[in-house]
Write a protein that binds this ligand. Structure first.
Ligand SMILES: Cc1cc2nc3c(=O)[nH]c(=O)nc-3n(C[C@H](O)[C@H](O)[C@H](O)COP(=O)(O)OP(=O)(O)OC[C@H]3O[C@@H](n4cnc5c(N)ncnc54)[C@H](O)[C@@H]3O)c2cc1C
Length: 284
């Protein structure tokens, strides 16, 4: 793990996302440090369901800060209200001390927290012991690769977390596929534009493409939302009626799709050729 500069973080009662899976007993209370990231919220949900009392402390002003803001807010509310997890955002952990086999954690501007164990859910660092003397070009402590997954050393490829571009299992798998093909003499580039993100919390989150905030910076957009799932038969059947679907579209492209769709229905229903200008309003 990378050094994240919290005094006392090396205490053995502070677990990492590597060794937390070796514990023999479920802690009564578990603090998740940097818990607003994907690993943090997933393990928070898991340990809550195993019976721990779970507290997340996150430096940023929201959990899963790389996701759409609406998702962050919805997930926080769900984890707190339905999940019973305590979430403290915009807060820095200052020091961790062990007393009587428990951890006392000082956080800025608030009372100390006393917990059985803590989990450091951020700061994963690549294991570079195998690279020996090879002088790879690096970026932020990770091996630099081009879009063919090739390192600065000709013929050596570094797909997956070790290059730090997208630390996701399915992204690593795709990068591995591209690297293997190129090592065998093909010339295939990777496309990172439409990599899906999944968060295995309760409820789960799945996204692909830009967040609303990022899309708004680049395009004139339309936003469509299907809330809540209580109107969805599949959600009702599985007893999971909290949640929503949100679609963000470029207004120009959406108008073209809508006008083609209108034309299609017009032709089907009237059995004659017709056209539609497909002028849109502010919602899909
Ligand atoms: C707790 C946790 C939760 C996660 N949740 C998700 C999730 O919900 N969704 C998601 O998409 N991703 C998730 N991830 C991330 C995902 O696990 C990684 O992105 C993915 O495993 C990266 O694959 P990789 O092949 O690059 O590396 P790894 O899976 O780490 O595989 C690298 C392998 O190389 C081996 N190795 C290291 N050094 C040597 C050596 N010298 N010789 C031989 N072998 C060596 C290691 O033992 C390891 O088996 C999670 C990660 C963690 C830790």
């Amino acid at each position: 793990m990378a050094n994240i500069g919290i005094k006392g973080i090396e205490n053995p009662l502070v677990l990492t996302s590597d060794n937390i899976f070796n514990i023999k007993e479920i802690p009564k209370t578990l603090l998740i440090i940097g818990g607003g990231g994907v690993i943090g919220v997933e393990l928070a949900s898991a340990f809550k369901s195993f019976g721990s009392e779970v507290i997340i402390v996150e430096l940023m002003d929201r959990i899963v800060p790389n996701m759409d803001r609406e998702i962050s807010e919805f997930l926080k509310e769900s984890l707190e209200e339905k999940g019973g997890i305590k979430i403290i955002t915009s807060t820095k952990i200052e020091e961790i001390k062990e007393e009587n086999n428990k951890l006392t954690v000082s956080i800025d501007g608030q009372d100390n927290l006393i917990v059985d164990k803590a989990l450091l859910s951020i700061g994963r660092a690549p294991d570079l012991r195998a690279i020996g003397e090879i002088d790879f070009e690096m970026v932020n402590g990770r091996i630099k690769v081009d879009e063919y997954m090739e390192t600065s050393q000709n013929g050596i490829y570094a797909p997956g977390d070790i290059n730090g571009i997208k630390m996701l299992a399915h992204a690593a798998s795709k990068m591995g596929e591209i690297a293997a093909k190129n090592a065998l003499g093909h010339r295939e580039k990777i496309n990172f534009n439409n990599i899906p993100h999944a968060i295995y919390t309760m409820p789960e989150v799945g996204t692909v493409g830009l967040t609303e905030e990022k899309a708004r910076e680049k395009y004139d957009i339309l936003v469509g939302k299907f809330p809540p799932f209580v109107g969805n038969g599949r959600a009702l059947a599985s007893g999971q009626t909290r949640g929503f679907v949100k679609v963000i579209a470029d207004k120009k492209i959406w108008r073209n799709i809508r006008s083609s769709y209108n034309r299609y229905w017009c032709c089907r229903t009237s059995k004659r050729s017709c056209s539609s200008n497909g002028n849109g309003n502010n919602h899909i």
